[in-house]
Design a protein around this ligand. Sequence first.
Ligand SMILES: NC(=O)C1=CN([C@@H]2O[C@H](COP(=O)(O)OP(=O)(O)OC[C@H]3O[C@@H](n4cnc5c(N)ncnc54)[C@H](O)[C@@H]3O)[C@@H](O)[C@H]2O)C=CC1
Ligand SMILES: O=C(O)C(=O)COP(=O)(O)O
Length: 525
Amino acid sequence: MPKVLISDKMSPKAAEIFRARGIEVDEITGKTPEELKAIIGDYDGLAIRSSTKVTKEILEAATNLKVIGRAGIGVDNVDIPAASAKGVVVMNTPFGNSITTAEHAIAMMFALARQIPEADASTQAGKWEKSKFMGVEVTGKTLGLIGAGNIGSIVASRALGLKMKVVAYDPFLTPERAIEMGVEKVDLDTLLARADFITLHTPLTDQTRNILSAENLAKTRKGVRIINCARGGLVDEDALKQGLDSGHIAGAALDVFKTEPAKESPLFGTPNFISTPHLGASTSEAQVNVAIQVAEQLSDYLLSGGVTNALNMPSLSAEEAPRLKPYMALAEKLGSLVGQLAHGALDSIAIEVEGAAAELNQKPITGAVLAGLMKRYSDTVNMVNAPFLAKERGLDVREVRHEREGDYHTLVRVTVSTDAGERSVAGTLFGDAKPRLVELFGIKVEADLAGDMLYIVNEDAPGFIGRLGTTLGEAGINIGTFHLGRRESGGEAILLLSVDHEVTSDLIARIRTLPGVRTAMGLGF
Ligand SMILES: NC(=O)C1=CN([C@@H]2O[C@H](COP(=O)(O)OP(=O)(O)OC[C@H]3O[C@@H](n4cnc5c(N)ncnc54)[C@H](O)[C@@H]3O)[C@@H](O)[C@H]2O)C=CC1
Ligand SMILES: O=C(O)C(=O)COP(=O)(O)O
């Protein structure tokens, strides 16, 4: 039974779903990195929010981990390259908390416009400072949106409903989408110069870090109000403090900080500065949404191989997964076979699907071929990290889909090209379930690829099979299955034998001395 650890505070719905789906679950929150390292090896899945930092060190200790699920959007607390290198899938729930976070940004905007937190504190302190808190209307004002993705576009629609004008800076926003959203697409300098309110909704990347730097804050209108409910580090906190102190910035609201938890900050206590402790996603609705989604996604992956919302591998629905499973087994065997048979440095690999296979999602098939191929370079390779390993090695991967049906109702062909030439193998599924090799270097064969095997290329001449049988018998090797293929009588023949023992280098050396043998090698599946 797979085991999942929930390491951040999450709606009880998550644990309920894991249990209902037959997954063992522990909820252990608030652990230090050292404590997490000590226990993570027990788990197949890890469900987190933003507190748990899944570093390279944690991943190194996570010897059984297959999948990390982020109940939320931002995954900057997960070392995704390290997870990918270890073959661990990383998933998030990209929509479950977007409305809630957009609403928090709007709430912050109103809180700034009317100084609600300060007015509240003053009123409750018995001061009744009615004239101190003169606000501004948002109607007719310009909202500058930095980042117009899921949350940014919800903020835009709410702001339009409030009769604001919305200008958006997002290099990936198409003009058509901007029209559809009812916003004006502008460059950053235009946004800075025009916005009365600026709200940030981008991830933290090398391009967005410090996007509101001292220099950019200086380009804003006097009296601007700034809201960040996305990620700490997007705004230069020292420059923000100076802008508030000088009066250039009329107000700022931060839900997120460069260092979290933010227990102290020069901004604390600054007039017209308001903050919340990373509460953007904290509504009961959003937390139920993300907990359900993350638990379903992790369970699908651990129980059936279904992949949804993964950041480091292509999606594969829970319905598709069982149909693709035998193909993935076939693909991995074919990848492993070409990997073992190809000599020389690999330049490129082509994965062709034909007939029924052409109707399927090809990415998982490609991932499985690459996993089989890369097995000779790494013990820990799987479908998740194989495409990354292939890329690292500069391998050119091509996917080809043929709608036509050939000799087989379904076929996967793998061709590698190396400095020694091209090598191609193909396989089908018997009864839609059993992987079978049907073509090896252009020669028709029919073999199951399993266990220890012997691969021999010889000149097709009488007496060879008898001599080979004797050699194997003398070595105490029992033959399980025997498959023969040849281009033409008297030409080159291929022999594939499954044997009950590991094929030693001694045995291979002896076979190579038999008359007519051109190649002999052991294969393992
Ligand atoms: N405060 C909180 O509790 C929460 C914070 N968030 C954060 O909100 C942010 C936005 O989330 P979503 O809208 O769901 O993400 P998204 O991926 O849908 O949208 C992000 C947008 O930023 C844009 N972008 C990327 N680089 C940019 C750049 N250099 N300049 C301008 N725009 C750029 C992208 O094109 C995209 O449209 C994320 O960082 C997420 O982690 C999300 C949920 C809760
Ligand atoms: O979903 C996100 O990106 C968030 O930042 C929400 O963070 P949280 O799950 O509330 O710690």
